[in-house]
Design a protein around this ligand. Structure first.
Ligand SMILES: Cc1cc2nc3c(=O)[nH]c(=O)nc-3n(C[C@H](O)[C@H](O)[C@H](O)COP(=O)(O)O)c2cc1C
Length: 196
């Protein structure tokens, strides 16, 4: 028994092919994203898909942190924003961001299913992203992600920056299950050690 193959195989790639994404595939990603659950079914997310030929592309690329320069190769950069005032605040929580995250994850898994890959980013200047894409004043930008086909890195390895080579050489890791997942009560492994 194993988890869904799309969950097992998914990675955030650092090297994208320049190959374009067909509109039929984009439509499937959008369909997956729109069927995400959301608080009161508010669906407050707004996605802006920016193709490398679109007029806003340069300004959006300029808004990325220097360390996210790898994303410029992807055929699409996508920004997701929402108006925090137009979604649930139950228990004071920012559900506009939670809901957008659920929707993006649906898109990510559908992308994986379609042979595409997504790399989400927090490294960008919000004012510059808003300005580049014309998000309304009250909106917050929640995430920007690169979308496209992952490139086989062997052919371009020599051309990569050292920093990217280091990142790619590292194995992907996750925290041990016991650190994040509990049964019955809040019971992280650190707390067990402390009480011994
Ligand atoms: C909200 C969010 C913000 C992230 N920001 C960045 C970023 O700015 N730059 C980057 O290279 N990766 C970024 N990542 C990718 C994570 O580093 C990556 O998901 C994590 O290391 C696990 O790797 P995996 O997605 O390949 O499993 C971000 C991921 C998420 C979900």
């Amino acid at each position: 028994m194993d988890i869904l193959p799309e969950l097992r195989k998914r990675v955030s790639p650092l090297v994208f092919e320049e190959t374009d994404v067909k509109n039929a595939k984009l439509e499937l990603l959008i369909e997956a994203a729109r069927w995400a659950p959301s608080c009161f079914n508010n669906q407050s997310w707004n996605y802006i898909f920016v193709h490398r030929d679109h007029s806003s592309r340069n300004a959006l690329e300029e808004a990325l942190s220097l360390g996210n320069g790898w994303a410029k190769k992807a055929p699409y950069l996508v920004a997701v924003g929402a108006n925090p005032e137009k979604d649930c605040r139950t228990n004071g929580l920012p559900y506009y961001a939670y809901n957008a995250g659920l929707s993006v994850m649906c898109l990510v898994i559908e992308a994986e299913h379609q042979g595409l890959r997504v790399h989400q980013m927090a490294g960008w200047n919000e004012a510059e992203v808003k300005n580049a894409l014309g998000f309304p004043e009250r909106y917050r930008v929640i995430v920007v992600f690169a979308l496209g086909y992952e490139s086989g890195i062997k052919s371009i390895w020599e051309k990569l920056e050292e920093r990217l080579k280091d990142k790619l050489a590292k194995s992907r890791e996750r925290k041990p299950v016991e650190q994040n997942f509990f049964f019955d009560k809040f019971n992280p492994i650190e707390a067990i050690h402390l009480s011994n």
